[in-house]
Design a protein around this ligand. Structure first.
Ligand SMILES: NC(=O)c1ccc[n+]([C@@H]2O[C@H](COP(=O)([O-])OP(=O)(O)OC[C@H]3O[C@@H](n4cnc5c(N)ncnc54)[C@H](OP(=O)(O)O)[C@@H]3O)[C@@H](O)[C@H]2O)c1
Ligand SMILES: *[C@@H]1O[C@H](CO)[C@@H](O)[C@H](O)[C@H]1NC(C)=O
Ligand SMILES: *[C@@H]1O[C@H](CO)[C@@H](O)[C@H](O)[C@H]1NC(C)=O
Ligand SMILES: *[C@@H]1O[C@H](CO)[C@@H](O)[C@H](O)[C@H]1NC(C)=O
Ligand SMILES: *[C@@H]1O[C@H](CO)[C@@H](O)[C@H](O)[C@H]1NC(C)=O
Length: 275
């Protein structure tokens, strides 16, 4: 409840920031010019605002998107602020194993470092459907695609952390919705069960998988002594195209409650930047 109270009032927390604080305010004074960052789903919503502000702070931002048209528009928007901003777009469809693999191949071929990976893309509450690989869509997109992506990029991130001495970051956009899932948690033995499918619980399940994966990865990185952290964040309630499958009631509640994507909660930016 404290969370909702401060979300609505915009009251600042101990950090001096609150739900009405913008990403620009939080990152003020940060020079990210030595950082290369991949943001999945960086063409809209939270991902776009993240990409915009990181580019503003001089990072090299790679927007990984399935829709190259909107990725191009996102890039254009960022270049309007600064025509020398370093933004690239690359094709990535997370619900396709083949696409994840070819994205990584293309990225590695560029011979760039990789400091930060933001696993932001996601779908929410969509009706039952299978991905190209025959896996329930929310689990395939939100968890499996990112799982594979992260694992395929991990060596590159380790090399970068080692050669630059800069701590690497893996950030997963999870959700408070991870608490609302199937009785058994994640239905690993029954991911594709259409009869028992709940669009809400399937979303919660995929977001729970994000958190568990982050936690375990984080543990392993520490054990290995690698200078990379893995964290999950709940971004708060933000009106974005993600709500397209939500009911009208929920969408209007969100409209009243929520902040716009440019007002991300401070807590999450702390994780992003280690402030
Ligand atoms: N907004 C909230 O209140 C809220 C709350 C809790 C958690 N989150 C989490 O925050 C993250 C960002 O959400 P958002 O609100 O910014 O939503 P959004 O505006 O819908 O952004 C999601 C992005 O993911 C992309 N995407 C979807 N499926 C993809 C796929 N198969 N391959 C590649 N990209 C794909 C979308 O691309 P298209 O445009 O092509 O669909 C879109 O660019 C999500 O992980 C979400 O679960 C959001
Ligand atoms: C970026 O890297 C260069 C070379 O290592 C270093 O001299 C410079 O201080 C770094 N800039 C920032 C803002 O960390
Ligand atoms: C524009 O972006 C480039 C590349 O990040 C940066 O070097 C430059 O300082 C930026 N210009 C302004 C006015 O912020
Ligand atoms: C989150 O974290 C791990 C890496 O820690 C990744 O493989 C997992 O699937 C990620 N999920 C999302 C959506 O970020
Ligand atoms: C890990 O990263 C932090 C922050 O960038 C840096 O201060 C530290 O020296 C790094 N440690 C190693 C062992 O590279």
């Amino acid at each position: 409840m404290v969370g909702i109270f401060s979300l609505v009032t915009g009251m600042v927390g101990p950090s001096g920031f609150g739900s009405s604080t913008t990403a620009e305010q939080v990152t003020e004074g940060i020079d990210a010019s030595n950082l290369t960052i991949i943001i999945t789903g960086g063409a809209s919503g939270i991902g776009l605002e993240t990409a915009r502000v990181l580019a503003l702070r001089k990072a090299h931002v790679i927007i990984a998107a399935r829709n190259m048209e909107s990725a191009k528009e996102a890039k254009q928007l960022i270049l309007e602020d600064n025509e020398s901003a370093r933004v690239d777009t690359m094709k990535l469809d997370l619900c396709s194993i083949k696409s994840v693999r070819s994205f990584v191949e293309n990225f590695l071929a560029l011979n760039l470092p990789l400091n930060i990976l933001i696993n932001n893309a996601g779908v929410m509450f969509c009706p039952f459907q299978l991905s190209q690989d025959g896996i329930e869509m929310q689990f395939a997109t939100n968890h499996l695609g990112h799982f594979l992506l992260t694992n395929l990029l991990l060596d590159k991130m380790k090399q970068t952390a080692k050669s630059t001495g800069i701590e690497g970051r893996i950030i997963n956009l999870s959700s408070i919705a991870h608490t609302y899932t199937y009785e058994e948690g994640i239905r690993l033995d029954n991911i594709n069960d259409q009869i028992g499918y709940s669009d809400k619980k399937a979303y919660g399940q995929s977001k729970l998988a994000n958190i568990l994966h982050s936690n375990e990865l984080s543990r392993r990185l520490k054990e290995e002594g690698v200078n990379i952290t893995a964290n999950s964040v709940h971004p708060g309630v933000i009106m974005t195209p993600l709500m397209r499958h939500s009911s009208l009631l929920m969408r209007s509640c969100n409209n009243m409650l929520c902040c716009s994507a440019s007002k991300l909660e401070r807590g999450n930016w702390e994780v992003l930047f280690g402030l």
